[in-house]
Design a protein around this ligand. Structure first.
Ligand code: UTP
Length: 289
């Protein structure tokens, strides 16, 4: 029986060194794309996929992330007094169901695998999604919803994948592939950041996963991998052969907002999708080409 997917883990304990000095006192996931912080895009995407319970794996200096989903009583009262209806309405996506967001602390950033393991009490015996908020996907159907629909078809573990230029395989988790119907691909192996010459394919994992709780047992070994970090990819690789494992070629365009060019591209792409901004953005872009 395929268990319903209700839980999501959002690891936000990284140091965000590529965005210093912006991330000196503020979490990378609070950086806005247009007018919404990355973390809110991720939470809204998860809600659209039926997620009811969220666990943020946080570290030092991340309190704004939690506050963002709280009721801002004084602000909201002031906006009501001043009849600022639009501003008030803009806050709706940042409200959360009482009790639906929990946090755990990753005291030391030992890697993504370690961050997920820190959420083990929250995960318990349930399947769970992982969203890395710095991967932003522009799509008709939210990416995690596409993944959840595929999960209800196949059961087991499933990750969102996209083709990357071969010279970039050393930036991502890369799949070794079995049967492939053009949409769903069977995963027969996983390698973290292989050199292009060693990469088993150019299909890379993006920051959207649905995993079975058994991955926690593998992560608990705390084996260090690439970059001397506890890698989620290595923990997932151990599930292959034990449980179904698929990659889904999702529909949509991914922006890696953890790096500057991806982040700047996301600003433009998301602004061009906004009816209130698109014409003005198109007009000023002409001045830069
Ligand atoms: P990144 O590789 O983007 O690392 O992590 P980072 O620290 O956030 O950013 P840079 O490379 O220093 O600029 C991918 C995801 O894993 C989380 C990050 O918060 C991000 O969502 N992460 C990474 C943790 O939560 N803990 C870790 O120990 C490492």
């Amino acid at each position: 029986m395929i268990k319903k997917l209700r839980k999501a883990v959002l690891p936000v304990a990284g140091l965000g060194t590529r965005f210093l000095p912006a991330t000196k006192a503020m979490a990378k996931e609070m950086l806005p794309v247009v007018d919404k912080p990355l973390i809110q895009y991720a939470v809204e995407e998860a809600r659209a996929a039926g997620i009811e319970q969220f666990c943020l794996v946080t570290g030092r200096g991340k309190t704004a992330l939690v506050e963002h989903f709280d009721v801002a009583f004084e602000l909201e009262a002031t906006l009501r007094d001043r009849d600022k209806k639009e501003a008030l309405a803009s806050l709706s996506g940042s409200h959360s169901e009482p009790g639906s967001i929990t946090t755990v602390r990753q005291q030391t950033p030992l890697g993504l695998g370690h961050a997920i393991w820190c959420a083990r009490a929250f995960i318990g015996d349930d399947p769970f999604a992982i969203l890395l908020p710095d991967d932003l996907v522009l799509s008709d159907k939210p990416c995690l919803q596409q993944l959840a629909e595929a999960y209800y078809e196949t059961g087991g573990n499933i990750v969102a994948v996209t083709e990357v230029p071969r010279e970039q395989t050393n930036r991502y988790g890369i799949l070794k592939t079995g049967s492939d119907d053009g949409r769903l691909v069977e995963v027969t192996g996983l390698v973290e950041k292989p050199a292009p010459k060693d990469a088993p394919s150019n299909l890379s994992i993006i920051g959207r996963y649905i995993l079975m709780p058994e991955v926690l047992g593998h992560l608990a070994r705390m084996e260090r991998g690439t970059g001397n970090e506890v890698q989620l990819t290595d923990g997932m690789a151990r599930l292959i052969g034990e449980q179904p494992f698929h990659g889904l070629r999702y529909e949509g365009r991914r922006f890696d907002c953890g790096n500057k060019i991806g982040f700047l591209e996301a600003q433009i792409a998301f602004a061009l999708k906004r009816p209130d901004l698109a014409d003005a953005v198109r007009a000023f872009l002409k001045n830069y080409t």
